[in-house]
Design a protein. Structure first.
Length: 331
């Protein structure tokens, strides 16, 4: 059956808006930043403009696909994996001697924990810290489902069937890890621990997280590292309310079938959350659960917008940030 013209026009609005917003975010970077931030500009004069058009077209394609709730889970994983590949590939090439692939000559460990601990230890912020704060302000917890280079690995590792029941003592573990990271960074700064020692400590933390991803996340079929260990994820969980985006469960249509509890990899849709008619604090608004709800009870909200408009606005902001960050994500 042929789609009605009005529906076709409506389906093109979001991709077009994403295309334009990505250009709006990247044009000032191309024009104002002295050291070329767009990679192609470092190899070809004017190449940054070509890269902008390509990344904007990529974002528009993702938006067009993710408008369908049934395609969100698959496309989010595709794009998130692509983001991680781009990030780590450029890092590997930079470390191999191709310094054009590095943002600056100063290397930082590609471990999410450093977004929290790094500024505390060094006494000043970094590009990643500013980027992280900006994304939380603009799209709430989307950092943990679209932008974190480590989270993509956790997502791949947890692809098997999700175990039922909540992760035990999750919040006790999360808050303890965050406290230890902050306290450890402060102690190392106050005692003037050298950068090499601090780097080894951070590396040990990162390898521990990777072990949790490869062992526990794979066993549980959910993202244990992101949900119960990562201090950045905890910060996102605790600060997500600075942003108006929410998800809720419509009490008038929910049948308590619990199908959504089997799709959430963030341990944010356990039976207790369904009974309360809202996902838990671990919810990243990723939307993977939408297709599992045959009653259409899982919905987005943003101030007084309708659920459909709220979801489109969330996709517009989040996909644009994802694509723009992919163009700039280097160390």
């Amino acid at each position: 059956m042929t789609a009605r013209p009005g529906r076709q026009v409506s389906s093109l609005r979001l991709p077009a808006a994403v295309f334009l917003l990505i250009l709006f975010l990247l044009v000032p970077v191309q024009l104002k930043v002295e050291r070329p931030m767009l990679l192609l500009e470092r190899f070809i004069s004017g190449g940054g403009w070509i890269e902008m058009l390509l990344i904007a077209a990529y974002g528009a394609l993702v938006a067009q696909r993710m408008q369908d709730p049934k395609k969100v889970q698959a496309w989010r994983k595709y794009t998130w994996f692509a983001f991680s590949v781009v990030f780590f590939s450029q890092l590997a090439l930079g470390l191999s001697g191709y310094d054009r692939f590095l943002m600056t000559g100063k290397l930082h460990l590609p471990i999410p924990m450093m977004i929290v601990a790094g500024p505390i230890y060094r006494g000043h912020t970094s590009v990643m810290t500013i980027l992280f704060i900006s994304t939380v302000l603009l799209s709430g917890p989307a950092w943990c489902s679209h932008l974190c280079y480590f989270g993509a690995i956790d997502s791949l590792s947890s692809k098997r069937k999700t175990k039922r029941g909540p992760i035990r003592n999750k919040w006790a573990l999360k808050t303890t890890v965050l406290f230890l990271v902050v306290a450890g960074a402060l102690i190392m700064r106050w005692t003037q621990v050298g950068i090499i020692t601090a780097t080894w400590v951070a590396l040990g933390f990162g390898l521990t997280g990777l072990g949790i991803i490869l062992l526990l996340s794979r066993k549980e079929g959910r993202m244990v590292h992101c949900s119960a260990f990562c201090p950045v994820g905890t910060v996102v969980n605790l600060t997500r309310f600075v942003n108006p985006f929410r998800m809720y469960i419509d009490d008038n249509s929910c049948t308590d079938c619990m199908a959504c509890t089997r799709t959430c990899k963030y341990d944010a849709l356990n039976p207790s959350h369904v009974a309360a008619r809202k996902p838990g604090l671990n919810c990243t608004l990723c939307g993977d659960c939408l297709a599992s709800c045959h009653a259409g009870s899982l919905k987005y909200s943003f101030l007084k917008l309708s659920p459909a408009a709220a979801r489109n606005l969330y996709l517009l902001i989040t996909i644009s940030l994802h694509a723009a960050t992919m163009a700039l994500a280097r160390i």
